[in-house]
Design a protein around this ligand. Structure first.
Ligand code: ZN
Length: 137
């Protein structure tokens, strides 16, 4: 018995009914979402997205780290990303501040490797209501 038996068993069931939709690697809706690793967040469902629609990058506190920025550049250059949302959330153990969110959005906006006019917004997801509110537009 391993620490992963439960999820491997679930995957065995999943793969039995899996059907390859032939999704391309590019983000179908041209979106990247940077959000927290918090397990209460379902990034696709909360934004009405489906597999293949968006690139999802998750860090503690939804912080835009050097690696997140590198991934966003690659997602733009190779994988069809044309817009970015950075979403913190309520009741976050990291408690990212509004100022940090603004700085992270600005960091994406001013990246020399991303287009100047690329839409980048920041906001918050409420883990109690499911509502997303953009606060940095
Ligand atoms: Zn969090």
């Amino acid at each position: 018995m391993s620490a992963f038996d439960d999820v491997l068993a679930a995957n065995a069931d999943y793969s039995q009914s899996f059907s390859d939709l032939g999704l391309p690697a590019e983000a179908g809706r041209g979106l990247a979402v940077v959000t927290c690793m918090d397990s209460r967040i379902d990034p696709l469902r909360m934004l009405g997205l489906r597999p293949g629609d968006a690139k999802i990058l998750r860090t503690a506190g939804a912080r835009v780290t050097d690696d997140v920025l590198r991934s966003l550049v690659l997602a733009h250059q190779l994988l069809g990303v044309e817009r970015v949302m950075v979403l913190v959330h309520t009741d976050c153990a990291m408690a990212t501040t509004e100022a940090e969110l603004r700085r992270d959005v600005q960091r994406v906006r001013t990246s020399p490797d991303l287009p100047d006019q690329m839409p980048v917004a920041g906001g918050s997801y409420d883990v109690r209501t499911g509502a997303v509110t953009l606060t940095v537009t």
